[in-house]
Design a binder for this molecule. Structure first.
Ligand code: HEC
Ligand code: HEC
Ligand code: HEC
Length: 278
């Protein structure tokens, strides 16, 4: 009783302060967002962001878990979906019931949700849904144009975005209706864990052994075919650099040395080349 009176007072003061001082604004906004969320969203998305029984039964698609989505989707994307809805589903546009400020408050509240990813489930789902193209180990040797996920530069949000929307015109189709948000979050974290951590110190040794005979230092490497434009290795991303090292025109001379390097070795060398300072 006493505790609740104190916290009630603390909340009242907090609210009063929030009205006048900027640093408190976020928490006041979350409180408003919570109330708006409970009134307008909880019926389908559940009070805690975990889909309600009612939301699970909706057709053609059930409501989606916000808890597992909150940290992986950008504010812009949330704003777009909430404002305009998702056509042909029970997610109608909310711009007629909430004003733009209220939508921001609801987003603040959604973004306060957290979720602990389940890597074991991520692994299981990855095997079932992704491995046919990306390979069990994520290294994409299946020959359908799938990208190697072990070397991807995408952050968690980027991986989630790719899963949600796919890559138009490729075999990477949207998985949004095939997978629940919890599965998407679990798989994304699993994919992130698969990442190869390139080791520049190892790369330095490999460079000394295999490259130095022709390139005294990484900085001395001249890119082929752009004598005029002065581009250097910093202008190429890792994937292009990897292609030039493994298949570039120097290979007719450096072939023997390059052939015995594994893909991971090349990543190490690239990491060293990037770190190298004159
Ligand atoms: C009548 C049920 C219902 C209500 C109320 C509702 N939603 Fe939805 N919502 C859905 C459904 C169903 C989907 C899934 C649409 C789809 O499959 O594309 C959805 C999807 C979403 C998504 C996208 C989730 C994802 O994983 O892509 C967001 C964000 C969202 N709703 C936010 C809200 C917010 C915020 C509110 C309240 C202001 C709200 N919704 C109210 C049914 C509802
Ligand atoms: C039918 C084959 C197929 C399946 C199944 C598939 N993908 Fe892909 N994926 C692709 C292709 C092809 C690309 C390359 C698209 C491009 O060229 O941008 C790709 C690209 C990606 C990328 C972008 C990598 C980067 O660095 O740009 C990610 C991330 C990804 N897939 C994750 C997944 C996950 C996770 C799953 C399972 C939920 C999955 N994919 C299932 C074919 C597939
Ligand atoms: C036998 C000599 C030789 C060896 C060994 C060699 N290279 Fe080269 N490499 C060349 C020549 C010649 C070029 C053409 C440009 C120049 O003269 O710098 C070149 C060009 C390159 C380029 C630019 C390719 C392009 O298509 O623009 C890269 C990147 C490169 N080398 C990386 C490496 C790395 C990394 C190693 C070690 C794994 C290596 N090279 C080993 C001879 C060699």
């Amino acid at each position: 009783m006493r505790a609740s009176t104190i916290s009630g007072m603390a909340m009242a003061t907090g609210l009063a302060m929030a009205l006048f001082s900027a640093p408190m604004a976020a928490s006041a906004s979350i409180a408003n967002g919570k109330a708006l969320y409970e009134a307008n969203c909880a019926m389908c998305h559940g009070k805690t962001g975990e889909v309600s029984d009612y939301g699970k039964k909706l057709k053609p698609f059930p409501a989606r878990n916000h808890r597992a989505l909150a940290q992986y989707v950008s504010r812009d994307e949330l704003r777009r979906i909430i404002t305009y809805g998702v056509k042909g589903t029970a997610m109608t546009p909310k711009k007629y019931t909430l004003d733009p400020l209220e939508i921001e408050e609801v987003i603040d509240y959604i973004q306060s949700f957290d979720y602990k990813p389940n890597l074991a489930n991520g692994k299981k789902r990855f095997k079932a849904v992704c491995a046919s193209c990306h390979g069990i180990d994520g290294r994409a040797i299946t020959g359908v144009g799938a990208k190697n996920l072990v070397y991807t530069k995408l952050d968690l949000k980027g991986i989630v975005h790719t899963m949600r929307y796919g890559r138009p015109g490729t075999m990477m189709t949207s998985k949004r209706h095939q997978l629940k948000n919890t599965d998407i979050a679990d798989i994304a974290n699993y994919v992130y864990e698969l990442r190869y951590m390139a080791n520049p110190a190892k790369g330095k040794k490999l460079f000394a052994k295999n490259c130095v005979s022709c390139h005294s230092t990484p900085a001395k490497i001249k890119l082929i075919g752009n004598a005029a434009s002065k581009r250097n290795i910093a202008d190429l991303d890792d994937r292009l650099l990897d292609l030039r090292i493994r298949h570039g025109r120097h290979v007719d001379r450096a072939g023997k040395k390059v052939d015995k390097l594994s893909a991971d070795n090349i990543q190490d060398i690239i990491a060293y080349m990037r770190k190298y300072k004159n």
